[in-house]
Design a protein around this ligand. Structure first.
Ligand code: BG6
Length: 485
């Protein structure tokens, strides 16, 4: 099935000289252009404080694209010359935004565009609310055609600030115009969570408290804080990963099937399941911070010694937590979540462990009576699904052994598209399915309010091995263990 075409528009990026635009967004825009996704006449207008002209902005972007090995140089230049324009805001005053409005109109006239606009806020959190107010003040929330506003994560830093930001956004924009990005929702394997569950009757019929022993969600990263100390130290793993990416995975794994496949029916169920989670207390959480170590043969300094990190910082680079839902499907089933930096390898996966059969008379070849069956949903870098089960070992007797059946996307579909590309194209089409609704973002902050307000102290773990041993307490106290390997 081919995708519908987008309507001609101007794609405005506020924060166009920043890291997000230059490293990620630009690449997605370039690829979409190469695929012919931009309708004729459409343009990309970069906006930032700096006084740059169109040619120097194009040059900056061409260099960034080349650094990201986007494509052949002449093609990169063609994209930049054909599509990119720049407006320097200068001082952050309402006149500057009037100037932006005039520049947009002039661009639209010159390219005979109908006045459809995407306003993509690639800005630090503190700048988002004030920018929306200034855009609204200059009348940029309305145009001759449609206007859509895209807001990056983090959306707030706790429940109160997310509510306040939603308040500002809704003063100028209707919710149907707002696209809150969580780039995990752009990943095919995250979308597959719902498909795998709901398109396979044998899975869905076992996806509940009668059959499931525990659910684990792991988002491990081998990278450290890298060059992002200023942002990261004010954030930490709970805000940076758990509240958004990990919680999106959690709600897709745990939600009820929607009554219809409509955008809001799915989002309603995601909100509902988050609302049914029991409160998470400080005892349910382990916060860790990496110290000096070696990751993949590379020496890594302690988090506190990284450039820009205060020497006594107690920001967490690792979080493990446990929770239960008080609902018919999941009552008493433990969910364990963990994420961390400077772990041995990048690996994002969901492991669903099924209950052992009530009686067993087989002999196992392993130390456990029998290995429980597991479904592992591989999100990245391996992408696919693995199912482990027991089989009879040939020969006399009834000895059993665990085996895995594997489906890997790469074997069938090759390289999957980047999540950003998917999401940016969805904004161009006006499809909000893979974006986070206002009540959903608030609910996911509410879930962690208690531990954000009363964080347990950080424990330390060396960069390289498995993260803090303390995380085992969370599973052991509930009679479980983390799945390894
Ligand atoms: C970002 C976080 O949202 O996601 C980063 O701010 C993290 O700290 C990144 O490294 C992980 O994304 P991905 O797609 O590489 O798993």
């Amino acid at each position: 099935m081919s995708d519908p075409p987008a309507e001609p528009h101007v794609f405005v990026v506020l924060g166009a000289t920043g890291d997000l635009m230059q490293r990620k967004l630009l690449l997605a825009l370039y690829h979409l252009h190469r695929q012919g996704r931009f309708p004729p006449g459409s343009a990309i207008l970069g906006v930032a404080r700096h006084a740059l002209d169109d040619p120097s902005f194009r040059e900056t972007c061409a260099r960034s694209l080349v650094a990201e090995q986007a494509g052949p140089l002449d093609d990169v230049r063609r994209f930049c010359d054909e599509m990119l324009f720049y407006f320097g805001l200068g001082p952050d005053t309402s006149e500057s935004y009037q100037g932006l409005s005039a520049r947009l109109q002039q661009l639209e006239q010159a390219r005979r565009l109908p006045g459809n606009r995407i306003l993509y806020l690639a800005l630090p959190l503190d700048a988002v609310g004030p920018t929306i107010e200034k855009l609204g003040g200059a009348g940029l929330h309305r145009a001759a055609g449609w206007t859509r506003v895209v807001v990056e994560k983090p959306f707030g830093r706790d429940l109160a600030s997310a509510q306040a930001l939603n308040g500002v956004v809704h003063r100028f924009f209707d919710e149907s115009q707002v696209y809150r990005i969580d780039h995990y929702l752009g990943k095919e394997t995250v979308q597959n969570l719902l498909v795998f569950r709901l398109a396979n009757a044998f899975v869905e019929s076992d996806w509940n408290r009668d059959r499931v022993e525990r659910v684990e969600i792991t988002v491990a990263e081998s990278i450290g804080v890298e060059e992002r100390a200023e942002y990261y130290d004010a954030s930490g793993a709970l805000r940076d990963m758990i509240q958004n990416h990990v919680t999106q995975i959690l709600s897709l794994v745990a939600m009820e099937p929607p009554a219809r496949g409509s955008v809001d029916a799915i989002r309603d169920e995601k909100v509902k399941v988050l609302r049914s989670a029991n409160p998470i207390g400080p005892d349910d959480v382990v916060r860790g911070q990496y110290t000096r170590g070696t990751v993949g043969g590379r020496a890594v300094p302690a988090y506190r010694d990284a450039d820009g990190v205060p020497p006594a910082s107690d920001t967490e680079t690792y979080v493990a937590l446990r929770l239960k839902f008080a609902n018919w499907r999941w009552q008493d089933v433990p969910f364990f979540l963990r994420t961390g930096k400077c772990l041995p390898a990048k690996s994002t996966r969901v492991v669903v462990t099924f209950r052992a059969p009530p009686v067993s008379f087989f002999q196992s070849e392993t130390e456990y009576a029998m290995n429980p069956d597991q479904v592992t949903l591989l999100i990245q870098p391996e992408e696919g699904v693995e199912i482990s089960f027991e089989i009879k070992v040939p020969g006399r007797g009834m000895r059993v052994q665990t085996h895995r059946m594997k489906f890997h996307y790469a074997d069938v579909f090759g390289v999957l598209p980047d999540g950003y590309e998917t999401l940016v194209f969805d904004v161009m089409l006006g499809d909000p399915s893979l974006f986070v609704r206002s009540d959903e973002v608030e609910e996911s902050w509410r879930l962690y309010s208690n531990i954000l307000e009363h964080p347990p102290p950080v424990t330390f773990y060396p960069a390289g091995p498995e993260g803090p041993a303390e995380a085992n307490r969370l599973t052991q106290e509930w009679g479980q263990r983390w799945t390894t390997g």
